[in-house]
Design a protein around this ligand. Sequence first.
Ligand SMILES: Cc1cc2nc3c(=O)[nH]c(=O)nc-3n(C[C@H](O)[C@H](O)[C@H](O)COP(=O)(O)OP(=O)(O)OC[C@H]3O[C@@H](n4cnc5c(N)ncnc54)[C@H](O)[C@@H]3O)c2cc1C
Length: 500
Amino acid sequence: MRVAVIGGGIAGLAAAFELEKAREAGADVEYTLFESRERLGGSLASETVNGIVLERGPDSFLSEKQAGAELCRELGLADQLTPSNDANRKTYIVVKNRLVPLPDGLMFLIPTKLVPTALSGLFSPTTKIRMALELLHPPRPSGQDESVAALVLRHFGQEAVDRLADPLLSGIYGGDSTQLSARTVLPKLVEMESQYGSLTRGMLAAHRQMRAMMAARNASANGAGGTQGQGGQRAGGGQASGPRSIFTTLQGGLQQLVDALEARLDPAWVRKSTAVKLVERIGDGWRIQCAGSDENFDAVIVASPAWAAGGLLAATDAGLGDELSAIPYSSSITVNLVFDEAQLGKLPDGFGFLVPAVEGRAMLACTFVHRKFLGRTPTGKAILRAFLGGAKNEALLDQSDEVLVATVRRELSEILGARVMGPHIPAEATQVSRWRRAMAQYAVGHQERMKRVKERLATLPGLRLAGNAYDGIGIPDCIRTGRQAARELMAEKRAAVSSR
Ligand SMILES: Cc1cc2nc3c(=O)[nH]c(=O)nc-3n(C[C@H](O)[C@H](O)[C@H](O)COP(=O)(O)OP(=O)(O)OC[C@H]3O[C@@H](n4cnc5c(N)ncnc54)[C@H](O)[C@@H]3O)c2cc1C
């Protein structure tokens, strides 16, 4: 079977890796990976400047989702897995230029601890009363999809939308909570609302269940003489039990994952700087058109962004093309600033802060990278990584690097104070990266769209989609969808052969 993989981001790379593994295990499979850019990796791109790892795109992945660390281990990167420094995991929200810590006990946007919420400077007394009364919210059958903002507004009021939902989600999706689908982005909350009414009660019940499960698991591990889980944090869930860090990265940056994947693929089957122009159904197979060449394949995995996939597939199935092209995307910018730590004033404890849109700033978030991942940044250096743009501020992408760095420095100085981060403190290195239409937005109605997409795909054997537009935006989700697409195509092929 010959498979074309279109797009060499993490999803396409994971798909090609799965095919390569099957080939090594003796399966009759060949693949060609087409990537329009000169390099593989898509949004994953790290650079090491004077021994300092700077991430242009994502800086880590959620440890809870196994597909990320699992792939790293398969590629021999187990010793490079680096946990986030959760002991110091404190995040602030900017409220009128002040940094206010997120209250303890916040789970999936939901405040679950009465005292920290009551004492928090994040909310006004009116919102706090509303949060307490939320416990009485009656159950609501899950009907039509709605935006995250509408769900949070109904339970906790506008201030919770502005100071919690919006900044937390724009930090993840570069998105707008009034557009994002509650059913896709926060499915647990939608379920809880229909079962418990109150999201706080639902979250507390879920927390109790989880604790009981962990206690049962620990009891059975101890009964079996197990001592796992006593050793503190482990990156990416190296063992089945024990505490796991929230985020995992790689010691040398996420580029290590891209490089390790590329090293496993047959270079003769990887075509960089080769943009696919059209994907056509020809007989039982597929024709891939690139500039100046046509090639036939038995199957195709389209792992480009959905807006590109829509154009590529429009001639084969106009309805599918329209559905994919209609998935919105947001753009973003990262600005990394490296400082000599001794020249900065004292940064607040923690990983960094989020900036609500209502603050009217260019920055959406800032991470203190040297604090988030210990032992990766050389001692004495500080890395501040700002995240800008997002669905509400795309125009920033047209600004020059100088203007963007100056904007970030001004805003950091206003938020952290001139003594901590004043304009007189020289940055040792700066790095600006623009990501145009890189983050899919799961807009209201996304699940229904996915149902229609699946119906169209069912009529097109040998075609699969992978990537951040469909079933999870994070790196582990993209890896999962890439590998799954490859496995499904091989199973489809086996089924076709055995039915002959
Ligand atoms: C700034 C930023 C920060 C992020 N932070 C995190 C984070 O901390 N943790 C996390 O888990 N996720 C994060 N994400 C999200 C995550 O990185 C992405 O969702 C994921 O990397 C997307 O992978 P992908 O393979 O689906 O798409 P992409 O990385 O976009 O790859 C698609 C590839 O397809 C290629 N392509 C497009 N058209 C064609 C064509 N016609 N022919 C051939 N090739 C084509 C593109 O050049 C690209 O290389 C972040 C994203 C960004 C942009």
